[in-house]
Design a protein around this ligand. Structure first.
Ligand SMILES: *Cc1c(COP(=O)(O)O)cnc(C)c1O
Length: 318
């Protein structure tokens, strides 16, 4: 809709594929896309964003919360900067809505997307918030044919899905504060336990700016897939569900500066509304046990324990 005004879009490297693949497609159509880097804590630098904007910039798309590391981007400040520069701000808030406060007015959001199944609602339904004034945002039709939804997305509405999404939002809104406190307690307990009983473990991404139910940790000198096999009765993941079909290390973790080996040794624990302390205790014990076992088999871990500096080793093939 804004093609006349410019062809430059700004996003960042740890976005979900839903945004990155869309940007890749737009590049084929002649758009110029800037992919901002993130700092070691997973947050973008607002100065980088300011510098990236030019008079052809029409859209900034930065996620509110990351799906792998749970990091919360400074969306209020990003939105403020966009409004100063007359650029539309979209945020992928799929992970943030219902988990942490998000307010399109105070957070200066122009367009926001959310998804039903990430907030205990039905699959196959989501919503796009589109600001109507200050500024008025216009959207080109996604689907033509009948003019439903103000012409933006024609087709008969999925009423059960819509009702389910609405109900899920209402429940999430009512329970958000108590649920966040509960999940933060479970998550921090798990983190403390893993850190106190294992060495060479660290958290990926900012702990301060983070979803309450997310913990992403590296267990150095352990291969992530072996760790996953060892706890295969627990639903954790080594990358995002959307890319775990590949054996590539997570591009999100690599963007934080992790090497392939450490990225491969990382696990995402996602805690949710229906998890209990007993389940978290079970997972903690199991992870500690399997990490210790795998490290007994790891020559690298042995060498580190003996005080050998792995970075100084010259590996030779014979
Ligand atoms: C899951 C997810 C999506 C995709 O939503 P679907 O409804 O599953 O297609 C997009 N962005 C983020 C951050 C997500 O976590």
């Amino acid at each position: 809709m804004y093609r006349e005004r410019g062809n430059h879009i700004i996003t960042q490297v740890t976005e979900h594929k839903a945004v990155l693949d869309t940007c890749k497609r737009l590049e084929k159509y002649g758009y110029r896309v800037t992919y901002l880097p993130v700092k070691a804590d997973g947050l973008i630098d607002l100065e980088d964003l300011r510098r990236a904007m030019d008079d052809k910039t029409i859209l900034v798309s930065i996620m509110a919360a990351n799906n792998e590391i749970g990091v919360l981007q400074p969306i209020r400040e990003i939105g403020k900067l966009c409004h100063e520069k007359n650029v539309i701000f979209h945020t992928d808030a799929v992970q943030a809505v219902g988990k942490v406060p998000v307010n399109v007015m105070t957070d200066n959001i122009d367009v926001l997307s959310l998804s039903g199944h990430k907030i205990y609602g039905p699959k196959g339904v989501g919503a796009l918030y589109v600001r109507r004034r200050n500024p008025r945002v216009q959207i080109a039709a996604q689907i033509d044919g009948g003019g439903h939804e103000r012409g933006m997305r024609s087709g008969t509405l999925n009423v059960p899905g819509i009702v389910g999404l609405g109900k899920a939002c209402a429940i999430a809104f009512d329970e958000m504060d108590s649920e966040a406190a509960y999940l933060r307690g479970l998550r921090d307990g798990l983190k403390t336990r893993l850190e106190s009983e294992l060495d060479y473990v660290h958290v990926n991404g900012s702990m301060e700016h983070r979803l309450p139910g997310n913990l992403n940790m590296s267990f150095v000198y352990v291969e992530g897939e072996s760790l996953l096999m060892g706890i295969n009765d627990v639903a954790v993941s080594s990358g995002s569900a959307c890319t775990s079909a590949t054996l590539e290390p997570s591009y999100v973790l690599k963007a934080l500066g992790l090497g392939d080996d450490v990225a491969h040794s990382s696990i995402r624990f996602g805690l949710g509304r229906f998890n209990t302390q007993a389940e978290v205790d079970y997972v903690g014990a199991k992870v500690i046990d399997i990490v210790k076992k795998l490290r007994e088999l790891s020559p690298l871990y042995e060498m580190v324990r003996e005080g050998i500096d792995l970075t100084k080793i010259v590996w030779a093939a014979h």
